[in-house]
Ligand binder design. Structure first.
Ligand code: ATP
Ligand code: MG
Length: 179
C-alpha cells in the first residue's frame, strides 16, 4: 500500500525565491528544495487496485493550464499552535477548478470525499519548537512576500514514505493539463 497525494510542482525560479526565506534556525525544519510542492489532494494509504483506479480517473481529468501566483505567509493550524509555516497561493479560478476536478476524480475512483476546506499553500517548514517571537517576526517581515507567478501545465501523483528524518516523496505520474 502506498501513501499517496496529488500535487503541483513549483518551478525552479519560484523555488529559488522560497529558498531565500529559509534562514537556518534551531527548531525550524525547512523543506528541501526538491520537495517543495502544493498539495491538491492527500489520498493517504491506498491499495494497489485503488491506486490504478485513481490513476485512470486522474488521466481523464479535463482542465486547462492556468497561471498561479504564490505569496503571503502563514502558519497551520494557527498562530496559537504554529506547526507548519507556509507560503500561500492566490485562490484563482484555474486552481480551484483543477482542485475540484481532482477531487471529483478521486471520489469517482471510490475514495471518500475530502470534507475539509482547501487551503492552497506550499509548506516551507515544520516548526519543532514553539518559538512564537521568531514566528511572529517572520510573518510580519513577509506579509508582502511574493514568490511570483507561473503557468501550471501539469499536476502529479506522488508517493510519500515517512522516515524518521521526514517524509520522502517520489513522483509516480505526471498528468498534463490540456482541456
Ligand atoms: P511529515 O508528515 O513528515 O511532516 P509531509 O506532511 O510533507 O511530512 P505527508 O504527511 O506524506 O508528508 O504529506 C504529503 C502532503 O500531503 C503534504 O503536502 C501534506 O501537507 C499533505 N497532507 C498530509 N496529510 C494531509 C491531510 N490529512 N489533509 C490534507 N493534506 C495532507
Ligand atoms: Mg504530514
Amino acid at each position: 500500500m502506498a501513501r499517496l497525494f496529488v500535487a503541483l510542482d513549483v518551478p525552479r525560479p519560484v523555488r529559488r525565491k522560497l529558498l531565500g526565506l529559509m534562514k537556518p534556525r534551531p527548531g525550524v525544519r525547512w523543506v528541501r528544495e526538491e520537495q517543495l510542492h502544493l498539495t491538491l489532494r492527500f489520498l493517504g494509504h491506498v491499495e494497489e487496485a485503488m491506486e490504478r483506479a485513481v490513476r485512470e480517473r486522474l488521466d481523464a481529468v479535463q482542465a486547462a493550464p492556468f497561471s498561479l501566483r504564490l505569496g503571503g505567509t502563514g502558519v497551520f493550524p494557527g498562530p496559537a499552535r504554529p506547526r507548519v509555516l507556509w507560503v500561500g497561493a492566490h485562490a484563482e479560478a484555474g486552481l480551484l477548478s483543477l482542485q475540484q476536478a481532482v477531487e471529483a476524480a478521486v471520489v469517482d475512483a471510490g475514495l471518500p470525499p475530502e470534507n475539509r476546506p482547501f487551503h492552497p499553500h506550499v509548506t516551507l517548514a515544520r516548526l519543532q519548537r514553539p518559538d512564537t517571537a521568531w514566528i511572529r517576526a517572520f510573518l510580519r517581515d513577509h506579509v508582502d512576500f511574493e514568490a511570483g507567478s507561473f503557468t501550471v501545465g501539469h499536476f502529479a501523483l506522488y508517493a510519500s514514505t515517512l522516515r524518521p528524518t521526514g517524509a520522502v516523496y517520489e513522483r509516480l505520474a505526471d498528468f498534463p493539463l490540456n482541456a
